[in-house]
Design a protein around this ligand. Sequence first.
Ligand SMILES: Nc1ncnc2c1ncn2[C@@H]1O[C@H](COP(=O)(O)OP(=O)(O)OP(=O)(O)O)[C@@H](O)[C@H]1O
Length: 635
Amino acid sequence: MFSVKFKTTEELPEPSPRLIDQVIGQDEAVRIVLSAVKNKRNVILLGDPGVGKSMIVKAVGEILQDIVDFKPYYVIAKPNLKNMERPIVEVIDGEYKEEKIEIPKVDFKSPNTFYLILVMIAAILLSEYLLRFVPEKYLLAAISITSLIVLIFGFVIILSAIIGSSRSGMGNTYSPADLKPVVLYECKKMPLVRASAYNVTRLLGDVKHCPLGGRPPLGTPPHKRIILGAIHEAHRGILYVDEIKTMPLEVQDYILTALQDKKLPISGRNPNSSGATVETNPIPCDFILIMSGNMDDVYNLRAPLLDRIDYKIVLRNKMDNTLENRNKLLQFIVQEIKNNNLNHLTYEACCEVVRVAQHLAGSKDKLTLRLRLLANILKMANDLAMGKEIEEILGNFDGKDYKPLTGKGKVLIEAKHIREVFERGIYSMEKQVAINYIKNFKRYKLITPNDSPKIGVIYGLAVLGEGGIGDVTKIIVQILDSKNPATHLLNISGDIAKHSITLASALSKKLIANHKLPLPKKDIDLTNKEIYIQFSQSYSKIDGDSATAAVCLAILSALLEIPLKQDFAITGSLDLSGNVLAVGGINEKIEAAKRYGFKRVIIPESNMIDVIEGEGIEIIPVKTLDEIIPLVFEM
Ligand SMILES: Nc1ncnc2c1ncn2[C@@H]1O[C@H](COP(=O)(O)OP(=O)(O)OP(=O)(O)O)[C@@H](O)[C@H]1O
């Protein structure tokens, strides 16, 4: 299985600390991205979820940070004294040092306390006068009124002193602190800035709201409320935007402008905020753009933006099942153990991971590269292996003396843990829904494998849900004499399925008319036959052409009135010449035939390379319809 022998993964070497060495199966993409970024080209990475798009960008960024010449810089924001709503943002080469920033000199006057002293003297004299000359019965009222007046005077003077102290000489409005430039960002090595496409503020920057009106003395001046966007922080480096599917058109336009002009102003994004009136000068943002998303997401991008992306790289979702690649999968397992602090795996568990990778790739000679999914399965298998602890938690939930297990001890992830996660499908919603559907529905399903031969009845195979589970479908064909010859499809919704059944119907009629079948001949007037094809008890959407061979055989059986054996299930597409063509989900389909207890399963010969486990059922590969006929008809 692997080129090294080991009992547990503990014996294997530690993974490389360099991220670039940890990327599995995407060597070509890594090379292209590396060269693209080195030559300052924009790149888009497309592929299935979890195949390593972000990992490649991070790895490339890590490497380039060490080898690319980079000029450090910092970004400051200054007030614009002519128009405070238009603050100035500057990118300055070199490393930031506090004293480099010039604080504008302002003529500051200290608060005048003369009036305060005058008021105090007046208050003393007044109280003296009141005590001596005012009659006793008015004394209290006079003192109260006078103290109130003095208090108000004092308050007004103190307040004006405070406000005065915060005012600058500049039009008597701004203090030096208000005018001090602020450092928005310091960049010492080549930046790799990541932002999600939907996060407009993070991408493009913003100007914060100021509830006090955004003007000193009470409010914060505009230049102190600026937030740089990822687009600006990526200046002289890489801007990595993922989730391109969610990128609003407005953002695409801004990115396009930034790519063209290499600068972009920042303005307040929220129209209800005081930041909305603020706009900076265009701020330099000369970056390499890397975007990523799933294949279909690319259609969400505007053509002019897509045009400016030089490299469009599609990542692989499978690799060949070779010794070299199995070793890489082993390396991946060791990486995941280290990165996620998992328990070690036994040798057999590693072999089981390879089997799961084959299943997820849908073929024996392929291994999946949807490695996040595989990593999740490893994590869940780890948790199952630690199940003893969970049992203890459950058992001791009400108990007082529960002590959690400390340390990882000698827990090992075994093959059974990996198998259990895979078979229970707890890593995939679709698979669980399919499993539950089959579990609940099986008892109502009228499938009688290995029954006596029947006219027009055949068992086809389907896969429920993407990456789901296989199921058996009973196909029944009945023929009626009618003045309106036609083919009617029942319980079939998908267009491809409808077309394939039209093909099956035409092919069967043609074969009967030409008398070319290795079957007893029978003269049939096909001009007055009405054909009904039912996918019995099939309530989910059926699509695809994998039932073509089954339907064709069932029509032949019904028209010629020759019974079909019932000990097999069949899957396979057909062309108009009667060749049997490959189908998807072959392993799930074989598994379903096995589960229902069929003795044989007939599959396209070209799918044989995909079969992972052939035990427990006779698998019959076929190339043409002629080859199938002697196998299935009871003659
Ligand atoms: N090619 C790979 N080599 C090694 N590990 C991988 C690879 N691809 C995925 N992984 C594992 O899966 C995790 C997620 O990968 P990553 O985030 O790069 O996928 P992605 O393609 O960017 O996914 P998405 O499209 O969902 O953002 C990684 O942290 C790593 O554990």
